[in-house]
Design a protein around this ligand. Structure first.
Ligand SMILES: Cc1ncc(COP(=O)(O)O)c(C=O)c1O
Length: 202
């Protein structure tokens, strides 16, 4: 595989960024981007994606390449075809795509501060934890914030291990067809044998 020089990386990313900012792409540009996406998955992500996705025809002569949201409940591919979103980001779009209030809140916060310092006390974490304690049932009080489902499952595994290992219990039970994320611990709790036997959590 021929390695790229810095200039080639720069030119390529400039081209992509230019396309992303354009309101309309020409049919040549659309064709180029679809082929580029197919080649990217085939050569650099995982060719398996192209085999099982329903958005790619057998042989890959047609591929629906996603491009943008289209209204609160639809998205659009690069050719302008609209799709109803029946997945809703696994639940994250419970107020629809790009709800103006959500977009405004994100922009407002980014304009104020993009990331907390990791050293001073983050007030938003304190108040959100309080709200969560007040609205969840029972006596659960402390909140551990994470960036993803995987991290949350990982934290749950660690807590369970800390508590149960002392009692001589080391087994985790996963429901058939369960999926819990892609990190070492969460993947090991996946029911699929190929993933779960690779690592023992003991
Ligand atoms: C049930 C379940 N647990 C955990 C995860 C992993 O979450 P994330 O992709 O945010 O790491 C998923 C993701 O699809 C999930 O469906």
């Amino acid at each position: 595989m021929a390695q790229w020089k810095y200039r080639e990386v720069y030119d390529y990313t400039e081209k992509i960024l230019g396309y992303l900012l354009k309101h309309e792409l020409s049919s040549e540009e659309i064709k180029w981007f679809i082929n580029e996406t197919l080649e990217g998955f085939q050569e650099y992500v995982n060719p398996g994606f192209l085999r099982y996705r329903k958005s790619v025809t057998k042989g890959g002569q047609y591929a629906a390449v996603e491009w943008k949201d289209s209204g609160p409940n639809c998205f659009m591919d690069i050719t302008g075809k609209e799709y109803i979103d029946c997945l809703g980001g696994y639940g994250i779009y419970n107020v629809g795509h790009r709800h103006p209030k959500v977009v405004k809140a994100v922009v407002d916060q980014l304009s104020k501060q993009a990331l907390h310092s990791q050293e001073l006390l983050d007030p938003l974490r304190a108040v959100l934890a309080k709200i969560l304690a007040k609205i969840t049932p029972g006596d659960l009080k402390y909140t551990f914030f994470s960036n993803s489902g995987t991290e949350s499952v990982e934290a749950a595994i660690k807590l369970a291990k800390m508590y149960q290992n002392k009692r001589g219990r080391h087994t985790f039970i996963a429901a058939t067809r369960a999926f819990h994320g892609k990190s070492l611990g969460s993947l090991s709790c996946t029911a699929k044998a190929a993933f779960s036997v690779t690592v023992r959590l003991k």
